[in-house]
Design a protein around this ligand. Structure first.
Ligand code: MN
Length: 730
């Protein structure tokens, strides 16, 4: 293997290892070696746009990482392999096999970022920043990404112009602000300056020239302050480093642009930074006191980021003093530790942790600590906003087929997405493709998904959808659409309702109908109309329900069809055993040869559903079951009830009730009685009534069996103008 690698290339490994030895405390050298060879094999033959071997790029990224953000051996290995999955035939599993899951997971995280960022217009920068953070579970992923980007920016010249500008904008709007959030002051400045160089080359060159021209003058000027300040402070017993510092190009550019100033009008190009080797924060204030004794401060510039750190954890004392010739000098005072945090942010913390604990668990404990911070939002805010990255896990960032980003809450589905695009898309949504594959409408979307909604004009929002969505907007739109649908349905139903009475007066009200129907969950006129519209119920059924009395019809039906209670069969058997009983019109359960009589209150006849009461005289009084006295509780309580049934061995004629409803028109009565008389049956009673244009007829007739009855009813139904013919009790 080694033999295949040219000496010149092999040299790269030594460069990395040399830097590791200088910058890292604990690391596995063989891990880095294996990563290097895998990187070499994976990118073998590949060239960068500049023409040099591609593998130089991951090597440089690894070197940047070791020097700029010295973390651990695992991140160096991952940096070497960061482009492997994306660019070569190697898979996640290959990396696991060669270097373990820790390295593989970081590489996978980097691959995901790169997949998502490719071919995307990053106009919604804030969303992209959040998306990246939401995807990053291991902080090392984003730190390596910064180094990758820094190297890309440093070698941007070889790319064609349009790609240069795209990458520079992305760097300015996404990566530099992210680096700032992670407290990576130096990284942020480097990225911003490089971005400016490609976004506004003329301005960059102009500023560079200006700053360079004034450089010597500035150094000379600042030295006049730095030396005495350092001496004074050392006399007071402080161990300090005093730096002269220049405002960086991007920040000058920003100030000129935002405040609309000329370069010459920017006065705070001069700055002094005092770094104290101490653990006492109070020393910073003491130093401030000594310096301002000699150089008058400008109070409005005083900012205490020590007591109240910036969101990214930055701590320092800021002020401005008036130097010789009346120049305004920016002053920063901080401890050594604060300084390292300001420059290296998260990475500095890593370093400090490693100093405390030198075992291999240091990295683990750091990550654990970071996770703890995430859990407790208060401590997180007090230290480093950057660690809040996991807090974004309640949001996902997904894309339209055209690459526009939509931010949705975690748990969002294609329906939420569809409504986020447009109400019409949501309403017509019948399916979705996620990353090209068809998914269910309730599939959970993930950050980075490309979602394509499939719609149909005939689709309508469903009540079920309310359970599949998490966004307020989707819920609202679905409810609105369902309500609108119901409104239209009700209107249609009202039309059907009106038609039922066309040409006549309204025979009954909506409430009469609702009261009679008592099914289909119909409770309000709106329910009734909607049931009519979607054919849950027909207008015929509505009329029937209103015109026929309730419950009793069912009872008669039972007796007519011979569906007697269970004990009837038993009685019938007993009756057969005693032929003498056959003459009796009724059989009484469990009581032989007992006297019986028909109650005068209801006058039951064969065919009625009946019940018996044993009187104090020892006789049985037979009532109709629907007789008012049967339902009278007193009677039921005071007397013994027995089952009775009509004796069907006798060729008795059954009494049946029929209710006919139809149109109230001349000749209706004649037509109906004509049918009955032709049918050769005895009418016991007939009651005619008409109201509001509807004709009602209650008929009590004697028939021998249900077949005959059904035939008669069919004939009656054929009479013109008859709506319904139903059996009733009386
Ligand atoms: Mn790369």
């Amino acid at each position: 293997m080694l033999a295949q690698i040219e000496q010149e290339h092999y040299q790269k490994l030594h460069e990395i290892l040399r830097l590791c030895r200088a910058n890292l405390k604990n690391y596995d050298e063989s891990l880095i070696q294996r990563a290097f060879f895998m990187c070499y094999r994976a990118h073998e033959g590949e060239k960068r746009a500049s023409g040099e071997p591609f593998f130089y790029h991951p090597v440089e990224v690894a070197k940047l990482l070791v020097t700029e953000l010295p973390l651990d051996g695992v991140s160096v290995a991952a940096a070497l392999l960061h482009d492997v999955i994306e660019d070569s035939g190697y898979t996640y599993e290959d990396i696991v096999a060669e270097l373990g899951t820790e390295v593989a997971d970081i590489v996978e995280g980097l691959t995901k970022i790169s997949e998502i960022m490719t071919n995307r217009e990053t106009t919604e920068a804030e969303g992209f920043r959040k998306m990246l953070l939401s995807m990053v579970k291991d902080i090392r992923v984003i730190l390596i990404k910064f180094c990758d980007r820094l190297h890309n920016m440093r070698t941007l010249d070889s790319l064609p112009e349009h790609r240069r500008v795209k990458m520079a904008l992305e760097t300015r709007d996404i990566y530099a602000p992210l680096a700032h959030r992670f407290g990576l002051g130096k990284m942020k400045v480097d990225l911003e300056n490089l971005a400016l160089r490609y976004i506004d080359p003329e301005m960059y060159d102009f500023l560079l020239k200006k700053v360079r021209l004034s450089r010597n003058e500035r150094i000379a000027y600042l030295n006049k302050m730095i030396v005495p300040i350092k001496n004074d402070l050392e006399k007071q017993g402080f161990v300090v480093e005093v730096q002269g510092r220049a405002k960086h190009l991007f920040s000058i550019y920003n100030k000129m642009r935002l405040k609309n100033k000329e370069f010459e009008d920017i006065h705070d190009l001069y700055g002094i930074r005092v770094i104290i080797d101490t653990d006492k924060m109070s020393d910073c204030f003491a130093v401030y006191g000594y310096i301002t004794q000699k150089y008058p401060p400008i109070p409005r510039h005083f900012k205490d980021y020590i007591s109240i750190p910036k969101h990214n954890g930055y701590q320092s004392l800021h002020s401005a003093i008036i130097g010789p010739k009346g120049y305004v000098i920016e002053l920063q005072i901080r401890t050594r530790r604060m300084h390292e945090f300001a420059e290296l942010g998260v990475a500095a913390h890593w370093r400090y942790k490693e100093k405390i604990s030198k075992d291999d668990a240091a990295v683990d404990s750091f990550l654990k600590w970071a996770r703890e911070l995430i859990k407790d939002a208060d401590t997180a805010a007090s230290f480093m906003e950057g660690f809040k990255l996991n807090l974004y896990h309640d949001e996902i960032y997904v894309f339209t087929p055209k690459g526009h980003m939509k931010i949705l809450p975690a748990g969002a589905t294609p329906i939420d997405f569809a409504y986020a695009i447009h109400t019409e898309i949501g309403n017509g949504c019948i399916g979705a493709k996620v990353n090209g594959k068809i998914v269910r409408l309730n599939a959970e979307l993930k950050s980075g998904d490309r979602v394509e909604v499939i719609t149909s004009k005939s689709q309508k929002p469903k009540v079920d959808w309310l359970k599949m969505v998490v966004t307020h907007r989707a819920k609202l739109k679905i409810r609105t659409a369902i309500n609108e649908e119901r409104r239209l349905e009700i209107e249609k139903g009202r039309g059907i309702w009106e038609k039922m009475f066309s040409g006549t007066k309204k025979l009954f009200t909506e409430n009469d109908a609702i009261h009679s129907i008592r099914r289909h969950g119909i409770r309000t006129p709106a329910d009734l109309f909607s049931a009519l519209a979607n054919q849950q119920i027909s207008s015929e059924e509505v009329i029937e329900s209103v015109t026929k009395p309730q419950k009793s019809a069912e009872t008669v039906e039972k007796s007519l069809q011979g569906k007697a209670p269970q004990d009837f069969a038993e009685i019938a058997r007993k009756v057969q055993e005693r032929p003498s009983e056959q003459k009796d019109e009724v059989v009484i359960s469990g009581l032989n040869n007992i006297a019986y009589a028909y109650a005068k209150c209801c006058n039951p006849v064969p065919g009625d559903d009946i019940i018996g009461f044993v009187t104090t005289e020892g006789a049985v009084k037979i009532h109709r079951k629907n007789c008012i006295n049967v339902t009278n509780e007193n009677l039921v309580k005071s007397e013994r009830i027995v089952s009775v049934a009509w004796n069907r061995k006798l060729d008795t004629e059954f009494l049946a009730g029929i209710r006919i409803v139809g149109e109230d028109k001349i000749g209706m009565t004649n037509q109906i009685t004509g049918v009955i008389s032709k049918f050769d049956t005895n009418i016991r009673s007939i009651a005619l009534n008409a109201k509001d244009g509807i004709f009602f007829c209650n008929l009590m007739i004697f028939v021998r069996n249900t077949d005959k009855l059904n035939t008669l009813m069919d004939k009656l139904r054929k009479v013109q103008g008859v709506f319904t013919v139903e059996r009733i009790a009386s």
